[in-house]
Design a protein. Structure first.
Length: 91
């Protein structure tokens, strides 16, 4: 995407038109129910996408030849994401 502006424009359009509104609504719902910290939706999305994209690039492009435990990796990603975005319990 950094090297193909026409592809970036298509991805941005789809994300802004389709994904962003749905994700923003889901984030607002989670915040209202007290299941998500009160931070901007863009930061929530960047956090989640960064972890998943980093995992994907590492696993499928940089270290595709190295065996690994997919189930354990996915569980760890979920733990990292939910742990980072869960509100602190009331004191």
């Amino acid at each position: 995407l950094p090297f193909h502006p026409e592809m970036r424009a298509i991805v941005e359009e789809v994300v802004l038109r389709d994904v962003f509104p749905l994700a923003t609504a889901a984030i607002a719902d989670l915040k209202q129910r007290g299941e998500l910290i009160d931070i901007p939706p863009e930061l929530v999305m960047r956090t989640v996408v960064s972890l998943i994209a980093g995992h994907t690039v590492h696993r499928h492009f940089l270290r595709a030849d190295v065996p690994f435990d997919e189930e354990a990796e996915v569980k760890l990603l979920i733990r990292l994401i939910t742990g980072a975005l869960r509100p602190d319990p009331p004191q």
